[in-house]
Ligand binder design. Structure first.
Ligand code: ADP
Ligand code: MG
Length: 240
C-alpha cells in the first residue's frame, strides 16, 4: 500500500531523509518513533506529498507520489492528522468535515453531510457538530480532525504526533479512536511516543535517528530488546 525506496529529502543543504526504504502492507499499522529532528514528520509528509522528496521512489496504492498528475489522488488516498488539529476556526465542526468532500464535486451536499455525520458519530462527537473548534477541548478537536480526514475516504491514515499537544487526560480518548480505526483495518502510519499505543496497535515499530531508519521490529521485540545503542538510549529517556 505504501512503498518508499531509497528516499532522500533535503531542506537546502540539510539532509533530512537519508536513503529511507519502507514497505507497508494494506491494513498494516506502523508506529514511527525517534528523537526530535530525526525526520519522522518529513517522512510522513513526503508520503502524501506535503513535502516533495528529492530522490528515490514513493508509491501509495499504486500511485507514484510526486508525479504531477497524481498529486490530488495522493492527497485523497492519504488522510493526515496533525499535532495541532489544524481545523478551520471559522467553520463549525460539521462544516469542517463537509468542506473538502464538497470541493471535490464528487458528492452532493446531502451525501457530504450524511457522511460527515456518520464519521462524527464514529469518533463519538456528533453531539458537538454545531460548535466551532474553539468551543471544544483539545481531545475533541483532534477527534473532529480525524473525522474530517475520514470524510475523504482515505485508504491510508497518517498521524503526526496526534496526542502530543493534548493535556494528559485527553490523550486516551484520541488513542481510543485511533485504536478503533486500526481494528477496522485502516492502513496507518502514526508518529507517536505513546508506547502503550504502539504495543497494543502497531504491527511494527520504526525507529528513526538523524534522517535514517535505524530499526524496524514488532513492538514486543523493539521494546524488549532494541538492537541499536541509539534506540536503547531513546527508550531509556521516554516513559513506556
Ligand atoms: P521530527 O518530526 O522527527 O522531529 P522533522 O522531520 O520535523 O523531524 O525534521 C527533521 C529535520 O529537518 C530537523 O532538523 C528540522 O529542523 C529540519 N526541517 C524540518 N522541516 C524543515 C523545513 N521546512 N526547512 C528546513 N529544515 C526543516
Ligand atoms: Mg515531527
Amino acid at each position: 500500500m505504501i512503498s518508499l525506496r531509497n528516499v532522500n529529502k533535503n531542506y537546502g543543504t540539510f539532509h533530512a531523509l537519508k536513503d529511507v526504504s519502507l514497505e507497508i502492507a494494506q491494513g498494516e499499522k506502523v508506529v514511527i518513533c525517534g528523537p526530535s529532528g530525526s525526520g519522522k514528520s518529513t517522512l510522513i509528509r513526503c508520503v502524501n506529498h506535503l513535502e516533495p522528496h528529492d530522490s528515490g521512489e514513493i508509491r501509495l496504492d499504486g500511485l507514484e507520489v510526486g508525479a504531477a498528475r497524481d498529486v490530488l489522488k495522493v492527497r485523497r488516498t492519504a488522510g493526515m492528522v496533525f499535532q495541532n488539529f489544524n481545523l478551520f476556526p471559522h467553520l463549525t465542526v460539521l462544516e469542517n468535515c463537509i468542506l473538502a468532500p464538497k470541493l471535490t464535486g464528487a458528492v452532493s451536499d446531502r451525501e457530504a453531510r450524511k457522511m460527515a455525520e456518520d464519521y462524527l458519530a464514529r469518533v463519538h462527537i456528533l453531539d458537538q457538530a454545531w460548535k466551532y473548534p474553539i468551543q471544544l477541548s483539545g481531545g475533541q478537536q483532534q477527534r473532529v480532525a480525524i473525522a474530517r480526514a475520514l470524510c475523504m475516504k482515505p485508504k491510508v491514515m497518517l498521524f503526526d504526533e496526534p496526542t502530543s499537544a493534548l493535556d494528559p487526560e485527553m490523550v486516551g480518548e484520541v488513542l481510543d479512536v485511533m485504536g478503533e480505526l486500526a481494528s477496522e483495518g485502516m492502513t496507518m502510519i502514526c508518529v507517536t511516543h505513546e508506547m502503550g499505543f504502539a504495543r497494543k496497535v502497531a504491527d511494527r515499530v520504526v525507529f528513526m535517528d538523524a534522517g535514517r531508519i535505524v530499526e524496524i521490529a514488532p513492538p514486543e521485540t523493539f521494546f524488549a530488546a532494541p538492537q541499536s545503542d541509539r534506540a536503547r538510549a531513546f527508550l531509556s529517556q521516554i516513559s513506556h
